[in-house]
Design a protein around this ligand. Structure first.
Ligand SMILES: Nc1nc2c(ncn2[C@@H]2O[C@H](COP(=O)(O)OP(=O)(O)OP(=O)(O)O)[C@@H](O)[C@H]2O)c(=O)[nH]1
Ligand SMILES: [K+]
Ligand SMILES: [Mg+2]
Length: 460
């Protein structure tokens, strides 16, 4: 039997032990397993309390079971749900009882969603959204995943694809009438109007501000600077716990240390690194090498210094904020903590060029906390700009962006060659439809042909 026709089961709730564990069974044998274990098949979609027994009539657990006959189920197949007590032994004996059945096996990762997708319950963007929703750590990630799950992108893509197929059908029909120049031109003109409108809409989505797809990975902020300036102290303050060792010895941090923060719903990874300096110690050299490498990949670098006006060595491609630490040691400022000295430039980083050469973007005391709230607000603002408003962003993944870019490129090509070659224009349109099909996880050129034959059988 093909693996896809087998019946699969898996623990769908969290790691045991837990109060309740949900085990799902999907496939043609789901009903048989439920009947065997529960004694009879319960009414559809109704929570039913029952004593589960294995094939030797041994009790497994006092459980609640649910029966979802396909296709009106999560996967589109017959689905049985066992809500048992979430103990390891309970689960082990339930799994053993299920495995007794022929063609019933433990599910592969993602296999339930895969089946839902194959049965047309979800398109690929929704399947991706489901995965994102499960892995969402912050509120903004959750909201973005929910928007995708509602099919916002999927619906747009389906609409675009239908319209491409319509334009395609017009052009293909024109090719059939290429002997009669008038008919062909009459068909091409409305096709071009459709294509131009479509291209405009896709370009608009692509140009939408911000990188909403980066919400999944989060923004990476690297703290770098010379040794002993207080990088690890700042890291601990941002994390609100002791993630990195702080000591008065220069060269304390050797490895790259990461923490995940939730900054106003934005996922932010902060990286603490080894102090950058020339050193003979091979371990510290490796730390410095890693520090530079990670900082180069970061979206934002906080260059920490303990003296005013220090220069940073970073490439200009990554934005760098100059952060002056240890202002509490500064004799003229140490007694003025309440008067807002914590920050230069009113809590907002100064624009490049606007920055006086001997001043920092921020002045803080990492150990005492001065200026930290301003620094954090500025980070939130940076994140806001980086991700865009998010609410409008339809694109949640690189994959989706790439395929939309391909679609737009094919459309553009098709429009530009339409005057000279209908065949080439039609080919580019097919490529555009295919890219959108791939976005949804369906690549079926068949339905282009369907439309052509159904709607444009002009006397043939
Ligand atoms: N006075 C004062 N001391 C600080 C401040 N921040 C950190 N320190 C002290 O500076 C020393 C170095 O701090 P760390 O956080 O270990 O500095 P680092 O930059 O991570 O050092 P390396 O990992 O060795 O490069 C420690 O003794 C801290 O207590 C500050 O704002 N004010
Ligand atoms: K140190
Ligand atoms: Mg350190």
């Amino acid at each position: 039997m093909h693996p896809r026709e087998q019946t699969i089961f898996a623990l769908s709730s969290g790691r045991p032990p837990s109060a309740i564990a949900v085990v799902r069974v999907s496939g043609p044998q789901a009903g048989a397993t439920l009947t065997a274990l529960a004694g009879k098949l319960p009414a559809a979609r109704l929570a039913t309390r029952t004593l589960l027994r294995d094939s030797t009539a041994q009790a497994i657990d006092d459980a609640v079971v649910l029966w979802f006959p396909g296709p009106a189920s999560a996967t589109g197949e017959d689905v049985a749900e066992f809500h048992v007590h979430g103990g390891r032994a309970v689960l082990a004996s339930l799994f053993a009882a299920l495995s007794v059945f022929e063609d019933v096996r433990a599910a592969e990762p993602g296999e339930f969603t895969r089946r839902a997708f194959e049965n047309g319950k979800l398109d690929l963007t929704e399947a991706e959204a489901l995965d994102d929703l499960i892995h969402a750590d912050t509120d903004r990630q959750r909201r973005q995943a929910l928007r995708q799950l509602k099919g916002l992108l999927g619906d747009r893509v389906r609409d675009w694809r239908t319209r491409i197929i319509e334009a395609s059908a017009l052009i293909e029909a024109g090719i059939d009438f290429s002997d009669e120049g008038d008919v062909s031109a009459e068909l091409m003109a409305p096709a071009l109007v459709k294509m131009a409108a479509l291209l405009g809409e896709i370009e608009q989505v692509l140009a939408a501000q911000g990188r909403a797809e980066r919400l999944r990975d989060g923004l990476v902020v690297a703290i770098t600077g010379p040794p002993n300036v207080g990088k690890s102290t700042l890291m601990n303050q941002l994390a609100r716990r002791e993630v990195a060792i702080v000591s008065p010895h220069a060269g304390t941090t050797r490895d790259v240390i990461e923490v995940q923060l939730d900054l106003d719903g934005y996922p932010v990874t902060v990286i603490d690194t080894a102090g950058i300096r020339e050193t003979d110690d091979p371990v510290e050299q490796e730390g410095v090498r890693r520090a530079r490498a990670r900082a180069a990949e970061a979206d934002l670098v906080l260059w920490l210094a303990d003296a005013p006006g220090a220069e940073h060595p970073h490439e200009a491609t990554t934005p760098v904020w100059m952060v002056r630490n240890k202002v509490d040691l500064d004799p003229k400022k140490s007694d003025a903590t309440d008067s807002g000295i914590g920050v230069a430039g009113e809590g907002r980083p100064m624009a490049e060029g606007q920055r006086p050469s001997n001043r920092s973007d921020f002045e803080i005391s990492a150990s005492r906390g001065d200026g930290l709230s301003e620094l954090i607000s500025a980070l939130v603002m940076f994140a806001q700009e980086f991700f865009g408003s998010g609410e409008g962003g339809l694109i949640a993944r690189d994959r989706q962006r790439k395929l939309l870019e391909q679609t737009a490129a094919s459309l553009r090509r098709s429009i530009s060659v339409a005057e000279t070659s209908e065949e080439l224009a039609a080919e580019d349109l097919r490529a555009a439809a295919q890219a959108l099909g791939r976005l949804l996880g369906r690549v079926d050129v068949e339905d282009i042909l369907d439309v052509i034959f159904r709607e444009f059988c002009i006397g043939k």
